[in-house]
Ligand binder design. Structure first.
Ligand code: HEM
Ligand code: ZN
Length: 183
């Protein structure tokens, strides 16, 4: 996983729990003197370990932490790469463009990224069917990112995770229902 994602988690933890909390999480889950550089890759297990300990520190289920992290991460990535998000005129075009536009641009900026496969079908205005596949199984993070995107456009969204890789499905299927304001 790229350092930029770790830096997003770092920023969230420091904002909510302070620098000392982050330092102790890092000490436990990463090699000595670890400093995350956005463009470099680090072991996925390190991110999972950190997220698990955030969950323990806040007495929340890991699922809740991953979702909250995904939501925060959208704002963090937006601030890092505003021009990528600016190409979209609204929520549905952004969701439809995750694989074909956003992550294509990401692959130009970051060497050898490990990106999920996200296929979206606009069933009708207000309803998108999303299929998520990744060996990292970060579907809850994907949900959080979708919530973050909805917050960015100030619209309401409801997600139904009808099939999940964590329950043995080949891919996750997420039904995305949103206010269709045609902006
Ligand atoms: C990685 C989904 C928007 C940049 C990921 C991952 C997920 C994801 C789930 C984790 C990797 C995995 O699952 O295998 C989404 C969704 C989005 C979205 C659902 C919109 C709702 C964005 C945006 C940017 C971005 C706006 C930047 C402008 C990245 C980067 C990575 C990543 C840099 C890390 C790649 C790596 O570690 O090698 N995305 N993403 N994503 N995404 Fe997105
Ligand atoms: Zn899932």
């Amino acid at each position: 996983m790229k350092g930029v994602i770790f830096r997003g988690l770092e920023s969230l933890v420091i904002e909510k729990c302070g620098m000392a909390a982050w330092e102790s999480l890092l000490e436990k889950n990463a090699p000595d003197d670890r400093v995350y550089v956005s463009a470099k890759s680090y072991p996925d297990e390190e991110l999972v370990g950190l997220a698990q300990d955030v969950a323990v520190a806040l007495s929340l289920p890991l699922q809740d932490v991953l979702k909250a992290f995904g939501e925060y991460l959208f704002g963090y990535l937006l601030q890092k790469h505003p021009t990528i998000v600016d190409t979209f005129d609204g929520f549905s075009s952004l969701i439809m463009g995750i694989d074909s536009v956003i992550h294509v641009e990401v692959a130009k900026l970051y060497q050898e990224p490990n990106l999920p496969k996200i296929e979206c079908e606009l069933v009708r205005e207000g309803f998108i069917l999303m299929q998520y596949y990744s060996k990292r199984k970060l579907c809850l993070c994907a949900e959080g990112l979708v919530y973050g995107a909805a917050a960015h456009y100030s619209i309401d969204v409801t997600l139904d995770h009808v099939e999940c890789m964590h329950q043995g499905a080949d891919a996750c299927v997420i039904e995305v229902r949103y206010e269709s304001t045609n902006i």
